[in-house]
Write a protein that binds this ligand. Structure first.
Ligand SMILES: Nc1nc2c(ncn2[C@@H]2O[C@H](COP(=O)(O)OP(=O)(O)OP(=O)(O)O)[C@@H](O)[C@H]2O)c(=O)[nH]1
Ligand SMILES: [Mg+2]
Length: 222
């Protein structure tokens, strides 16, 4: 449930507190429990990795970075693969600019569930028609236990109209590259850029309202 969510360790790779941002994007990580979504997220936003407990409810982390001269803010949402969260599902998917569908190359059911369950949810609930989707096979460091081939992954990606990546959140192989490519693909879509730029303006307005105290405009002075 969303009620048990935390705002995670807010992580930022730049010292900017939000001012001067060009775009703000919402990214989702979805897939079965144990495929490595939270480990991928940690690997992307932090320099330290440790063993994680299954996610409870919904969590998110923030990362700010510059790419191609543009200052970006990613809010990356990470769900518990083992929970369904009913009526909150729609708000989770709403407005996402990028969605990463993750499976574990050593567990076939996590791969089949992507097409049987997760891709269907994306289709039903995501509101940005041009949202960028990535299909990611994780845990390639366990090559001897692999049961889903790279070719099968690529074929499913084509079917689901996703870009395809394989990575290891544990060794960090390809994780940064995956998020970088996702960013570059988002930056190529004008409708997503427009929405990402509106999101920055909305956030600035919100910050202004929060910081404005009643006495600020002098109306309460006698
Ligand atoms: N060998 C290996 N283990 C990994 C990799 N990524 C994650 N793991 C391990 O897999 C287990 C599950 O990882 P999580 O990141 O918690 O998985 P999750 O998808 O967030 O799971 P839920 O929160 O339950 O949905 C942990 O023990 C991780 O250390 C990887 O690339 N290789
Ligand atoms: Mg998790």
């Amino acid at each position: 449930m969303l009620g048990s969510s935390s705002n995670g360790g807010r992580t930022s790779s730049s010292s900017s507190s939000g001012g001067g941002l060009d775009y703000s994007f919402k990214i989702l990580l979805i897939g079965d429990s144990g495929v490595g979504k939270s480990t991928m997220l940690l690997s992307f936003v932090s320099n330290t990795l440790h063993d994680l407990s299954p996610t409870v409810g919904v969590d998110f982390k923030i990362k700010q970075f510059t790419i191609g001269g543009k200052r970006l803010k990613f809010t990356i949402w990470d769900t518990a693969g083992q929970e369904r969260f009913g009526t909150l599902t729609t708000s989770y998917y709403r407005g996402a600019h990028g969605i990463i569908l993750v499976y574990d190359v050593t567990r076939r059911e996590t791969f089949t569930n992507l097409s049987d369950v997760w891709a269907k949810e994306v289709e039903l609930y995501s509101t940005n028609l041009e949202c960028i989707k990535f299909l990611v096979g994780n845990k390639v460091d366990r090559e001897s236990e692999r049961v889903v081939s790279r070719e099968e992954g690529m074929a499913l990606a084509q079917k689901l109209k996703c870009y395809f990546f394989e990575c290891s959140a544990k060794t960090r192989e390809n994780v940064q590259q995956c998020f970088k490519d996702l960013t570059l693909k988002i930056l190529e879509v004008p409708s997503l850029l427009e929405k990402g730029s509106i999101a920055v303006k909305k956030q600035k307005l919100k910050q202004k309202q929060v910081h404005q105290t009643p006495g600020d405009n002098g109306c309460c002075l006698s």
